[in-house]
Design a protein around this ligand. Structure first.
Ligand code: IPE
Ligand code: IPE
Ligand code: MG
Length: 252
């Protein structure tokens, strides 16, 4: 697989130098239910899968990994489950940050800060600050994230800048809009993976996934492994990307 990844080079027209994989980590609850375990155990095992995936992504030479870990709609879950999920994020940052930093992982968090506790925000800010100069793998965590919310917040800030005179309405282009999104500066994902067999985006990166390849896998997130990731990338490499043109460009 390493050899295949070494060969993987994206079309220069994309202006990107590596592979960006985005993942909707889904199915923790069903994984647990199938084993007669509480949903919280599924989430705990989900964090193990996350660790494995970050390691595998580094080994495979991905430049960007973006993970959907808590959606703006997930607030509708029972309070106890929300507490469990937030507790796991805290523990993940506390336990893994030093290793991630040592391994050259640059952390970024997308989503809204609204509704998050001060201590969690400080933890996130510290992790981002500590790792800001790292270059091995760009790890973006979508936390308290919803794509429509992100787009609406970007539109608000653009409207404020137009009102303030720093930009004109006629300056608004896809490129300018992009620069107001939480993902400003990140390349668009090349490959989107969703686990658990669900075939939907659930409000994830609606703008950024415009030309991404989608691979849906039937495993629940806690069972996601290096092999699952490699298989999805291999599937991606078989795809022909056209970007609206007539000439197929091989993804691999
Ligand atoms: C993914 O697993 C984790 C989050 C959405 C936070 P789920 O908790 O959605 O598990 P299922 O989909 O109910 O099985
Ligand atoms: C999407 O999964 C959100 C995350 C993986 C964080 P959900 O489980 O919340 O999505 P739906 O509700 O099945 O669409
Ligand atoms: Mg789910």
């Amino acid at each position: 697989m390493k050899a295949a990844m070494d060969k993987l080079s994206l079309d220069p027209a994309e202006g990107q130098g590596g592979l960006h994989v985005a993942i909707i980590m889904d199915g923790n609850g069903r994984w647990a239910a199938e084993r007669g375990l509480p949903r919280s155990e599924g989430h705990r095992q989900g964090v193990e899968a996350l660790r494995r995936t970050v390691d595998a992504s580094r080994d495979l030479g991905l430049t960007h990994l973006t993970l959907y870990s808590f959606s703006s709609e997930n607030w509708s879950r029972p309070k106890q489950e929300i507490n469990d999920l937030f507790g796991l994020l805290r523990r993940f940052v506390r336990r893994d940050l030093a290793d991630l930093h040592k391994n050259g992982v640059k952390i970024r968090v997308i989503g809204t800060r609204t509704g998050l506790d001060q201590d969690l925000l400080r933890m996130i800010d510290d992790a981002v600050e500590l790792t800001k100069d790292n270059t091995t793998l760009n790890l973006t965590i979508a936390f308290n994230y919803g794509s429509r919310d992100e787009i609406a917040r970007a539109a608000q800030r653009i409207a404020e800048d137009v009102a303030g005179g720093s930009i004109a309405a006629s300056d608004i282009s896809p490129e300018l809009f992009n620069s107001y999104l939480d993902t400003a500066g990140l390349p668009d994902p090349d490959l989107l993976i969703r686990t658990s067999g669900e075939l939907r985006l659930s409000n994830f990166l609606l703008w950024q996934l415009a030309y991404s390849e989608f691979v849906f896998v039937d495993v629940y997130w806690p069972d996601f492994s290096r092999e699952t990731l490699e298989a999805a990338i291999t599937e991606y490499q078989r795809r022909q990307r056209r970007f609206g043109g007539t000439t197929a460009r091989s993804a691999g």
